[in-house]
Design a protein around this ligand. Structure first.
Ligand code: NAD
Length: 439
């Protein structure tokens, strides 16, 4: 590991093991549903895990060995599906948790895919473009035999970009000897990417916030939001909140890769999201001097959570809302839209369940990305591409349907929305395992 990696590890907010979190959530629902011991045994752990070295010759001539992972949690409903995360705190347990959440995500929105996830422990912003390319090609070199359009289909996540997906598709195609765009999604448009993919996760969050506001009788044009994270998910959620709903985003938090510190940019009258996007790098670090010059305030990294807003959108990393900070959330907040995976720990969740707040649970809320990844795979396999409007209309219609399925169950049975989403998802996975004869 590089020096910068160790420095970043020290800034980790709290030692929450995300896989323990994912298993605790699963156990709770398994008890509630009276799930059979056979189904529990299979679903509590991933079906397959790969851990490997990726040696990279760095620009200064040194050889640096990175650790890479791919975890396939369950593929009963279709090929495993899930992103690849490049982050200094990546461990097998973060990847296991994210892979398990992918199984529930593809099931809750009813697309014919399973759950997987991958990663590398690295701070990608510290790598040159050549080193990034060597690392992603090295990742494929180690795992190409175990992925594929009918086996496991990776995609981008935190710290990985469409360009990296393009390199991965190229490397895989060379290995198998044929152009295979369906092996990976989130690719750049000229090599089989889908229009609408980059916006999909953030817009999917906002389509559901719109539906939640209808349920609560809120006026979107008078609403305010605070967003944590200004990467692929956060910036498109913020954009959608202002463009589709006509609301104001009054604060956006991000992690400064150079200073290794989180900050929040705020303005009580609302931020100009397109301007902020123009001063943000590809890894989601905002140029705070330019933000200040535009008249915005630069506050500490927790400020996004304390804002007096109607909607909170955590869209950065897991375990950001915890027992030690959940009390900072204002009573005014009516909707928590979990753009990130696992942003709320089970302890904080218990506190939120007792409050008058509508929680759109992560694996439903951020499923727009995998939905359009699925559309991308379908288009790549057909070698025929839809327009951006067609993609976003299909996304809106399918994700809105999934939202209402979960909230109908939640209201009908008096369930916490996260529990209702788990029940829908687990039932579908178990049904697939049954008809395949696994149980
Ligand atoms: P990204 O790398 O594009 O952006 C991450 C953002 O979070 C950056 O702006 C970064 O500065 C910020 N950040 C990181 N640590 C922070 C901290 N401590 N405080 C404040 N900000 C912080 O990542 P992304 O693709 O936008 O993913 C964000 C979350 O959404 C992750 O949990 C990811 O697993 C989840 N997700 C992503 C997708 C997708 O399509 N990209 C789909 C579903 C879920």
């Amino acid at each position: 590991m590089s020096k910068s990696t160790t420095a970043e590890l020290k800034t980790a907010p709290e030692a929450v093991n995300p896989f323990h979190m994912a298993q605790a959530q699963f156990d709770h629902i398994a008890d509630m549903m009276g799930l059979s011991p056979d189904a529990r045994q299979i679903l509590r752990w991933p079906m397959r895990e790969f851990k490997f070295q990726i040696p990279v010759r760095m620009d200064d001539g040194r050889l640096q060995v990175f650790f890479g992972y791919r975890v396939q949690h369950n593929d009963a409903r279709g090929p495993a599906k899930g992103g690849i995360r490049f982050h200094p705190n990546e461990t097998v347990d973060t990847v296991r948790a994210l892979a398990m959440w992918m199984t529930w995500k593809t099931a809750v929105v009813n697309i014919p895919l399973g759950g997987g996830k991958g990663g590398v422990a690295v701070a990608p912003a510290n790598l040159s473009r050549r080193e990034q390319e060597a690392l992603v090609r090295g990742w494929i070199d180690q795992i190409w035999r175990n992925i594929g359009p009918r086996i496991d289909i990776p995609a981008p996540d935190v710290g990985t970009t469409p360009q990296m997906m393009g390199w991965m598709m190229d490397e895989y195609s060379k290995r198998v000897g044929q152009y295979t765009p369906g092996v990976i999604t989130g690719k750049p448009l000229p090599v089989g990417g889908s229009p609408g993919r980059k916006e999909a996760t953030g817009f999917g969050v906002i389509y559901q916030v719109r539906e939640a506001m209808k349920l609560l009788g809120m006026d979107p044009t008078r609403s305010t939001a605070s967003v944590q994270g200004f990467g692929n998910v956060g910036r498109h959620a913020a954009l959608g909140f202002t463009k589709f709903l006509g609301g104001k985003v009054i604060s956006v938090a991000y992690y400064d890769n150079r200073e290794k510190t989180p900050y929040t940019i705020t303005h009580p009258d609302g931020l100009d999201i397109e301007y902020l996007m123009s001063i943000t790098d590809i890894f989601g670090t905002i140029d705070k001097d330019k933000a200040r010059a535009a008249g915005y305030r630069v506050e500490d990294g927790d400020a996004w959570l304390r804002q007096d807003v109607d909607v909170l959108i955590p869209a950065a990393l897991e375990a950001q809302i915890r027992a030690d900070n959940v009390h900072l959330i204002s009573d005014r907040v009516r909707i928590l839209a979990e753009g990130a995976n696992g942003p709320t720990t089970p302890e904080a969740d218990q506190v939120l369940a007792g409050r008058d707040m509508l929680v759109i649970p992560d694996f439903l809320c951020n499923a727009g990305g995998v939905m359009v990844s699925y559309f991308e795979g379908v288009q790549s396999d057909m070698n025929y591409y839809w327009t951006r409007d067609e993609v976003l209309e299909r996304l809106d219609s399918k994700i809105t349907h999934a939202f209402h399925e979960v909230f109908r169950l939640a209201q009908g049975e008096g369930l916490y929305p996260r529990d209702a989403a788990y029940v829908v998802a687990i039932q579908r996975v178990v049904e697939a395992m049954e008809v395949r004869g696994w149980l």
